[in-house]
Design a protein around this ligand. Structure first.
Ligand SMILES: [Zn+2]
Ligand SMILES: [Zn+2]
Length: 283
């Protein structure tokens, strides 16, 4: 009897394949980490909690660290990298960062993670992921945002993409172009202008840094971005990196109400800085 090669469809539906899943494990000014699962790949985006905490968050999500293939790092700040101390002990994990970011993190580590250094702006592949990084204006060595694309481009595995943009003082035109066509957008909405202004714990210089061109996006900045861009493919938008002290989900709801009540075509989720849960406020 003639042996038949399996059709591509069968390969796609094999038990090794998994449906796309994206979940923010936690996000606030002190820690950030998300899980992206495509047909054949599981990655973390940033590792801003202790390795112990990340493992707990993964357990809650029904996953283990052994099931993760790689960690993509945006920049060296602790709220994105503190987990590398513990995670770098896992030899199967690959750590993706540009040269300056990897160098800055390595200085703080005893062991050497399995670095995969990329060039900012260059497109590269990791398993079934096509990855593009791009510069963002922030007070770090070489901070980046990412666009991840995956899928075979057919009915059963459509082409999908995710854009990740946190830690930036403003949104340059290039960043707008990069995130225009993604299906899932993750964007920073760090602080409420008034709450930051009134905050009694932060000195003026820190407030200036946060508000500056290399600081963070305010709720208003995030709203301006979402309401000003046309011909977008966004289906889901996540507002992340909220400050626990200088932001408030109620205020975000009020501020974003006009956008929500206009014919905004995407589902808008705000990631609670305390629980990491991402309730939808529209869509
Ligand atoms: Zn941050
Ligand atoms: Zn930062």
């Amino acid at each position: 009897m003639k042996m038949q090669l399996p059709a591509r469809r069968e390969l796609i539906s094999s038990p090794l394949m998994q449906p796309t899943r994206f979940q923010i494990l936690g996000s606030n000014s002190s820690g950030n980490c998300a899980l992206l699962e495509t047909d054949t790949t599981r990655i973390l985006i940033d590792a801003g909690f202790s390795a112990k905490k990340i493992k707990e968050l993964l357990t809650e999500a029904g996953r283990t660290i052994e099931q993760i293939d790689g960690v993509f790092i945006t920049h060296e700040h602790n709220d994105h990298t503190v987990g590398l101390r513990g995670l770098s002990r896992y030899p199967h994990l690959r750590f993706f960062a540009n040269r300056d970011t990897a160098k800055a993190i390595q200085k703080r580590l005893r062991s050497r993670p399995n670095w995969h250094v990329f060039e900012t702006g260059a497109k590269f592949s990791f398993r079934d992921l096509d990855v593009t990084s791009f510069s963002v204006p922030h007070d770090a060595y070489d901070p980046v945002g990412f666009v991840f694309e995956w899928g075979y481009g057919d009915l059963f595995s459509p082409r999908r993409s995710l854009g990740w943009v946190t830690d930036l003082g403003y949104i340059p035109q290039l960043v707008r172009e990069r995130i225009r066509s993604v299906n899932i957008l993750v964007v920073e909405s760090n602080y409420d202008v008034e709450l930051l202004e009134k905050d009694p714990h932060r000195p003026w210089s820190v407030k200036q840094r946060i508000r500056g061109r290399h600081g963070h996006l305010s709720n208003q900045d995030a709203l301006d971005l979402l309401s000003s861009m046309e011909s977008v493919n966004w289906e889901q938008v996540f507002l992340v990196h909220l400050s626990r002290d200088c932001n408030d989900i109620g205020r975000i709801r009020t501020l974003f109400a006009p956008l929500v009540h206009s014919n905004c075509a995407f589902r808008l989720n705000v990631v609670d800085p305390r629980t990491g849960l991402a309730p939808a406020i529209a869509g």
